[in-house]
Design a protein around this ligand. Sequence first.
Ligand SMILES: NC(=O)c1ccc[n+]([C@@H]2O[C@H](COP(=O)([O-])OP(=O)(O)OC[C@H]3O[C@@H](n4cnc5c(N)ncnc54)[C@H](OP(=O)(O)O)[C@@H]3O)[C@@H](O)[C@H]2O)c1
Length: 257
Amino acid sequence: MKLGFIGTGALSSAIVTGLKSLPGEKTSVVLSPRNEEIAAGLAAEFPDVRVAVDNQAVLDDCDTVMLGVRPQIAHDVLPQLRFRPDHHVVSLIATFSRDEIAAMIGPVKRVTKALPMPMIAIRMGPTIIFPPDADMAAFFGRLGTAIEVASESEFDALSVATATYASYFKYLETIHGWLKDNGVDDAKGRDYVASLFAALGQAPETTPDSSFAHLAADYATRGGINEQVLRELTEHGTFDQFRESLNGIHRRITAVS
Ligand SMILES: NC(=O)c1ccc[n+]([C@@H]2O[C@H](COP(=O)([O-])OP(=O)(O)OC[C@H]3O[C@@H](n4cnc5c(N)ncnc54)[C@H](OP(=O)(O)O)[C@@H]3O)[C@@H](O)[C@H]2O)c1
């Protein structure tokens, strides 16, 4: 594979970093020159990565091209580029449907949507792929977990889950803040919360047959302190409100695409 990137920003950089952290990895990577600093930094760090003179030169020198620009830039830039019918175009642009991308890139026959996460830089986390594609499943499978889906509606529903990170960290911050207010040293509280949730994060993989509901029940000993917090949050409608927020994100995502 000769891999190219149109748009060398946060996500493209994370993919290249994850890819090139694989032992003995030799895929040729060509980057568009923007962002100049990020592209130059990646080319300086990894031997098989270079920066093209412009976007067209990226296309001319690759067979697989990932689109890592923001949506508003994509509208301006993509229709002006000469794609070949044999290019495999992988759109990372979260808010555009596959049909919208296909309409901007002319003769290309093979168009895949992929939604990796920034943690791909350390080869962790899921990448949603639509439609199923063996090459992209293999590519992203080496950089975390590849999840192929057969419909764009499933892709959209899964992407709703990506709207929950900030709230997750707010949850941890609430615990950390409470610990500090109750006399726990700042750094110790942070280490405690980080280590605790890293360990809890292992539970679904170490007990693959347990549903999340089972795990919640397992940890909520009857009459115990976990049961109390869970019951109080549930009674306050916290989880209903959370679910309603997910519905709102879903409406937003599906309205755009
Ligand atoms: N970051 C994430 O976690 C994430 C997750 C999932 C999906 N995505 C999707 O990935 C795409 C990129 O996101 P990002 O966070 O990587 O954004 P970003 O950091 O802003 O990167 C976009 C890059 O595009 C470059 N660019 C601007 N105009 C260009 C042009 N005419 N030709 C080529 N490149 C150009 C920008 O360069 P300058 O800095 O020079 O303007 C910038 O480096 C978005 O569509 C987003 O929906 C991102």
